[in-house]
Design a protein around this ligand. Structure first.
Ligand code: UD1
Length: 371
């Protein structure tokens, strides 16, 4: 006789979509396998934390993610308002659907809000990408990670440092499962398509002769002073090497508010564009000389692609991208020197691709959830 388990999968903001896609495909593969006794019934919930076409729909299209079963359409708001709206709307889904598990990914407000709701309804929570710590509580994501991991029943980790963080916090060993990096499942599935697209040609860029930039963290872009310094360095550097900067709505809003937009528009080789989809992003990263970012995902993707990455942050919750990969932390003070040196860095990946960043993380997750 076949058993059935019911999962609710949560996505809400841009970096969630690449993490949820491979889980959906692994579930479909699992269900199609006649030898598997436990079948999975799954429901996809989009909280609507991100709602612009380029921040959400573009990823559903690029990654072939089916339409969500529910869209909570919470939109933007302060952290408290956004989190509360998600909680109120998600509670109704939980009561109606009565899942065995809620599966959350990453560290965004949607992740924490849905974990909180499910836990209080005694629904088990599995957290994909558990155990990462920046040890910086000024980052909203760090608070989200701490709360989610404290409440989740199953902690699925991307790297061994995450296991160590959880053990140090007193988490029981049998809750922790090292499954590898889910983001890399999507990368390996889509990198060929991204390369074939040759998106750099669309912007008249030459291979390995441009810098790919994404910056959206409040600590970098919410203050006039820091955003001005960043844009000043980038404009100066663009005279030597073109810069392409797909700009997050938060960054764009601040650029306008601080009166920096017009100045930047005059710089010849500063290509500022709206946010772009997954294939275009990976294609542009893959052919860049180096990447400047404050994104978590790009630190991991550049490590696997072997592209030098400068991360404009005082810390990272993804230390393997430094010890194994191509990542280097930088500051506003050292940004200029680091950017000049980056393409000459020569040495790329330091110790090979981190363990279990192999494209099979989703299969391991599904196998654990059904065992
Ligand atoms: C969120 C995540 C962050 C992740 C980032 C990726 C949290 C706490 N942060 O930050 O970890 O790296 O997503 O993008 O969950 N906006 C739009 N259109 C959209 C979405 C947002 O215009 O589709 C604008 C709104 O003005 C909004 C602002 O961006 O107020 C910030 O959006 P929000 O979802 O609160 O946080 P992010 O900065 O995107």
């Amino acid at each position: 006789m076949n058993n059935k388990i019911k999962l609710v999968l949560i996505c809400g903001a841009r970096p969630n979509f690449m993490k949820i896609a491979p889980i959906i495909f692994a579930i479909k593969k699992h269900n199609a396998d006649k030898k598997k006794k436990t079948k999975i019934d799954h429901i996809l919930v989009h909280t609507g934390q991100h709602y612009d076409v380029q921040m959400s729909e573009a990823f559903f299209r690029d990654l072939n993610i089916p339409e969500p079963d529910f869209n909570l359409e919470v939109g933007s708001g302060s952290h408290a308002v956004q989190t509360a709206e998600i909680m109120m709307r998600f509670e109704k889904i939980c009561l109606q659907e009565k899942p065995d598990w809620v599966v959350v990914v990453g560290d965004v407000n949607s992740t924490m809000a849905c974990t909180f709701v499910a836990s209080k309804l005694w629904i088990k929570v599995a957290h994909v990408e558990a155990g990462l710590r920046s040890f910086d509580r000024q980052m909203p994501e760090e608070i989200n990670r701490l709360v989610t991991d404290a409440l989740a029943d199953l902690l699925l980790t991307p790297s061994k440092d995450a296991d160590r963080n959880l053990l140090r916090e007193g988490v029981s060993k049998n809750k922790i499962k090292f499954v590898g990096n889910i983001m890399i499942d999507t990368l390996l599935n889509h990198v060929e398509k991204a390369r074939q697209l040759r998106p750099h040609t669309k912007y008249n860029l030459t291979e390995k002769q441009y810098i790919f930039v994404t910056l959206h963290r409040p600590s970098n872009v919410d203050e006039n002073k820091s955003l001005t310094i960043i844009m000043k360095h980038l404009t100066a550097l663009s005279k030597k090497m073109p810069v392409i900067f797909p700009m997050h709505p938060r960054t764009r809003k601040n650029l306008i508010a601080f009166g920096l937009q017009d100045k930047i528009a005059k710089a010849d080789n500063m290509i500022i564009i709206d946010p772009i989809g997954y294939h275009e992003t990976i294609g542009l990263v893959d052919q860049s000389a180096f990447v400047l970012t404050d994104s978590g995902g790009l630190q991991e993707e550049t490590t696997v692609l072997g592209i030098p990455c400068l991360t404009l942050r005082p810390n990272t919750e993804r230390p393997v991208t430094i010890t194994h990969g191509t990542n280097k932390l930088t500051t506003l003070k050292s940004l200029n020197d680091d950017m000049v040196a980056a393409p000459l860095g020569g040495k790329r990946r330091k110790r090979g691709i981190p363990p279990l960043w192999d494209g099979h993380t989703a299969e391991r997750i599904v196998s654990i959830l059904t065992s």
